[in-house]
Design a protein around this ligand. Sequence first.
Ligand code: SF4
Ligand code: SF4
Length: 378
Amino acid sequence: MSIHKKSEVAETAEHGLETPGFSVGEILKQRGVSRRDFLKFCTVMTAAMSLPASFAPSVAQALDEVKRPTLVWLNFQDCTGDSEALLRAANPTVGEIILDILSVDYHETIMAAAGHQADEALESTITKYKGKYICVVEGSISMKDDGVYGCTSGKTHLEIARRVCGSAAATIAIGTCAAYGGIAAAVPNPTGAVGVKDAVPGATVINLPGCPCNADNLTATIVHYLVFGKIPAMDSKGRPLFAYGKRIHDNCERRPHFDAGQYVEHWGDDAHRKGFCLYKMGCKGPGTFHNCPTQRYNEKTSWPVASGHGCAGCSEPQFWDSMGPMYKRLPNVPGFGIEHTADQIGLGMAVGVASAFAVHGVVTALRRDKKPEETKEG
Ligand code: SF4
Ligand code: SF4
């Protein structure tokens, strides 16, 4: 992994994202962002990318010099929760600086233009910066009946996605709906909803699932792309390892209680008040890969499990079906950090609670046959 040096940044070819105009550093200066705030931002981003703190000055130097990228943001079948998460990010150095860094040429929710003017803005951006812009997609894409169940401006979302994502340098599928179909894809999936990668197989897609996505992970992904000139290393589900490489369960502050067999049995009981493990209350942390316990939310003040509710598994594909019901515990939870990555976790946790109760014996036998030493009953 190498950070762009000055000469490399000056050459526009490597990641193709530079657009004519000012560098990120120049833009931030113009906007009155102090050097101190900028360096603080770079330190936060270096940590978010799981890099050693010593990389922060190099990240700052690369961001200083790289040209401002162009971005278009498409909304499909969604609740706009990911746009809200970014716009309402509590930390101004993340939320505001990234909006200053990016040239957001098209965002249906926040742009002033509407109707034909908006269509023209999108068309002109993707034509002018073909192969050089970043596309962010929020929401799933309807595939059934040629995509007629999701349309904007007289075009199906499928048609728009193929055109816009197909010509982007990279597409970030933000939120679980854009990544894997989300709630729209839950059984019986009446619109044939899928994520971006399934709708546009040839596109370069980075999945940032979550309901909503943590805005810091979006910012860190863009910063990674700007600084290193390539997409981050990803797991088999298309998620950056820096944000989704570790299991919730392995970083959870309630984990010592899980290991000690101290569980909440009823909401509001003494164990709940003492902060014991929420596994028996349906926590899906043992089968979920996301950096919620370390990255946290609202200026890092808290995250769902810390506030007393179990993880719902929102960053896993088809979690509405495979992780439900929400308050039923996962069967066959492996213990003590044996399965370290989503790719290794394999069969067991991908099986839904409801169906797993029915096929419990079969699944247990398969797991036992595969890796007998890795199964521990929770
Ligand atoms: S089961 Fe949930 S609450 Fe318990 S340790 Fe794991 S992630 Fe934390
Ligand atoms: S704790 Fe679980 S359900 Fe909550 S945001 Fe994180 S991954 Fe999603």
